[in-house]
Design a protein around this ligand. Structure first.
Ligand SMILES: Cc1cc2nc3c(=O)[nH]c(=O)nc-3n(C[C@H](O)[C@H](O)[C@H](O)COP(=O)(O)O)c2cc1C
Length: 340
């Protein structure tokens, strides 16, 4: 699959943009685990224009994580255009992605993100102006439509293509669904099968396993698959998915300091420890640990261990790396025995 001149190979698996999750550290880890491209969390266009320091920090990318996409959001075409130029000049990402899909009230309720599904002329105006403002390929991520009664993604896709975007990611839910129910991939297939569509279509929503990824390519015909929540606590899922779809991505297990066989439960524990280490190094000890806690809580290697409740709570309450690592080493033999 090619986005502009960027060649991601056949059946690429991409890391979805996720607020507070897909920072530079996690993105790099996912690339080393086999993600073909990674996305930043969404970045507020108006804050970029105002040069808010904490927002500008979100534009930091490392050479090792490329190809990388930076995603921006907003409801003002002027600010989106200006923000796009700022992103291009500071971060020089491989792709600039526009968020037309965020459902949360503080964003969509104000007319940004999925809110633009209720103001299509403005959505197209933003897309067109941003495409003209930068040289890098501009892509869009959106949903099926606003609600059950307006699943108009087939038409929206055509119009966005006419605006000059280079690829479209579709999350198979409406705004009204938020994250509830199951993602509906049938409309994603319809967009892909529309003979007028030429740009790559990236499918997103509820891809959790290797077979899910294979099914998305085989039965829904998408050009790429994007994975979000299934990466929590198991960034190695990219390797499993890539293998399932027959990709031979450069997987770099040596990125992880571990004496164990890649994919063994011991190695997986070392991946999570590395994640903690890098987060602490990048932020600070207290907030760095807080930042990766959701990964520890969600990791399948922490599941299925009998009478684990108290230990689990202790792990999630640890505030220093030394304490956290001591606890993780204490559970290592249990993980070895019970992890799936
Ligand atoms: C914690 C969290 C943060 C998210 N932040 C963003 C975001 O910044 N931009 C975006 O386009 N989507 C965001 N999403 C949506 C995901 O990119 C993805 O579309 C959604 O989770 C469905 O994919 P999944 O079933 O693979 O998780 C977020 C999702 C989660 C769970």
């Amino acid at each position: 699959m090619k986005i502009g001149t960027l060649d991601l190979g056949e059946k690429p698996i991409l890391l979805a943009p996720m607020e507070d999750v897909t920072d530079a550290g996690f993105r790099l880890l996912c690339r080393k685990m086999g993600a073909a491209m990674v996305y930043s969390e969404f970045v507020a266009s108006d804050a970029l224009v105002r040069a808010v320091p904490s927002t500008l920090r979100k534009l930091q990318v490392s050479a090792d994580e490329r190809p990388v996409a930076i995603q921006i959001y907003g409801r003002y075409a002027d600010a989106m255009e200006e923000a796009a130029r700022i992103v291009e000049s500071i971060a020089q990402p491989d792709i600039l992605d526009l968020n037309f899909g965020c459902p949360v009230k503080r964003v969509a309720g104000k007319g940004a993100g999925a809110g633009l599904l209720q103001n299509l002329p403005l959505m197209y105006d933003i897309a067109q102006r941003v495409v003209k403002a930068v040289r890098i390929p501009v892509t869009v991520k959106t949903r099926l439509g606003w609600d059950e009664h307006s699943k108009n993604i087939v038409e929206i896709a055509e119009r966005l293509q006419d605006c000059g975007i280079s690829a479209l990611t579709i999350h198979g839910r409406t705004r009204a669904q938020m994250y509830k129910g199951e993602a509906d991939w049938s409309l994603i297939r319809e967009v892909k099968q529309n003979p007028r569509m030429r740009i790559p279509i990236i499918g997103n929503g509820d891809i959790c396993t290797g077979p899910d990824a294979r099914n998305a390519f085989e039965n829904f015909g998408v050009d790429a698959v994007m994975v979000g929540r299934a990466t929590f606590g198991q960034p190695w899922i990219f390797r499993e998915m890539a293998e399932s779809v027959g990709r031979t991505d450069a997987f770099e297990p040596q990125f992880i300091q571990s004496q164990y066989e890649p994919f063994s439960s011991d190695w997986k524990l070392d991946v999570l420890k590395e994640q903690v280490r890098q987060s602490v190094e990048r932020i600070d000890e207290y907030r760095g640990i807080l930042h990766v806690r959701r990964h520890l809580a969600a990791s399948p290697i922490m599941k299925g261990i009998p009478n684990f409740r108290d230990m689990r709570i202790a792990i999630l309450r640890a505030t220093t790396t030394a304490e956290l690592f001591r606890l993780l080493e204490e559970v290592r033999p249990l993980i070895r025995e019970y992890a799936n």
